[in-house]
Design a protein around this ligand. Structure first.
Ligand code: C2E
Ligand code: CA
Ligand code: CA
Ligand code: CA
Length: 275
């Protein structure tokens, strides 16, 4: 049994080695992905439930690897964060998202995800100001999505950066609400205008009364705090009906639109709703 155990351990070590090598290879490729034009920003529409019109879009990064095809952000964003590559890549995403949003036929907002690592960069507010002035996008049309992790990691620096951005007129959303070690005190301390309820709750709406209770409670709390509630991952009409009934402000999910290229988005919004 001992020998077998040792064998299993060795097998495990080899597995680890293979995984580490694959990761290293991906990291090397990621270093060149931006220069090689393999990165692209997609946009997923967000619908305002009070008007049933597109309120804006979330910018979602896509990497088309030359041999592996599309690599999931869930796989490469952590690598970008560990290597610091998220700083240049994240700045590029902000620039691309602002430039494209400035060219949209309607005044929709663009929401960009910021990694906690980007908040450790003292130049973050300046980089964002630069992107806004280069592209001419009004600050009020930019939203930044921040997870609890950023708020937790270096709350002093993060709070200072968020206040600077808030003074410019940039809006901020608390992303993936309910998945981390949420403390409701963040909602008072940090200048968030929106809470995005994570798709894990949306998925269970309609079959788990607990999920509905949470959406209901967060929606009521948001209203009292003067914050908008965005529900992510809406895939069915039933989910949409439920969150509408609970008074949520905005919805996002495959039912309303998948992430798409800027070209596809412009084709979608231009003909039906001219500026
Ligand atoms: P997120 O910020 O929570 O983004 C929402 C994710 O849910 C996206 O996955 C989106 O494609 C997916 N989604 C949207 N609607 C539905 C739906 O109805 N059902 C299901 N099952 N999924 C839906 P994606 O694009 O794979 O991105 C994954 C994560 O990677 C994002 O989660 C975000 O944390 C990160 N990410 C993506 N782009 C960026 C970026 O530019 N910068 C940073 N720092 N992180 C990014
Ligand atoms: Ca997000
Ligand atoms: Ca999210
Ligand atoms: Ca997420």
């Amino acid at each position: 049994a001992k020998a077998a155990g040792r064998g299993a351990l060795r097998f495990f070590e080899i597995e680890m080695d293979v995984a580490a090598q694959a990761r290293r290879a991906l990291e090397l490729d990621l270093r060149h992905a931006m220069a090689r034009g393999e990165l692209q920003v997609y946009f997923q529409p967000i619908v305002d439930l009070s008007t049933d019109r597109f309120a804006g879009c979330e910018a979602l990064l896509r990497w088309k690897h030359p041999t592996r095809g599309f690599v999931s952000p869930a796989e490469f964003i952590p690598i970008a964060e560990e290597t610091g590559l998220i700083i240049p890549i994240g700045e590029w995403v902000v620039g691309e998202a602002c430039a494209m949003a400035a060219g949209w036929p309607r005044d929709m907002r663009v929401a960009v995800n910021l990694s906690p690592v980007q908040f450790k960069d003292p130049h973050l507010p300046m980089r964002i100001i630069g992107a806004l002035s280069r592209t001419g996008l009004p600050a009020s049309r930019l939203e930044l999505e921040i997870t609890e992790t950023a708020v937790l990691q270096d709350s002093e620096a993060t709070l200072a950066a968020m206040h600077q951005l808030q003074h410019l007129g940039v809006h901020m959303s608390l992303d993936d609400f309910g998945t981390g070690f949420s403390s409701l005190s963040y909602l008072r301390t940090f200048p968030f205008q929106k809470i995005k309820i994570d798709q894990s709750f949306t998925r269970d709406l309609g079959r788990d009364p607990g999920a509905l209770a949470i959406v209901r409670a967060v929606s009521a709390m948001g209203k009292d705090l003067g914050m908008h509630i965005v529900v992510e991952g809406v895939e069915t009409q039933e989910q949409l009906d439920l969150v509408r009934r609970e008074g949520c402000s905005e919805v996002q999910g495959y039912l309303l639109g998948r992430p798409m290229t800027n070209e596809a988005l412009c084709a979608l919004i231009a003909p039906e709703e001219p500026a």
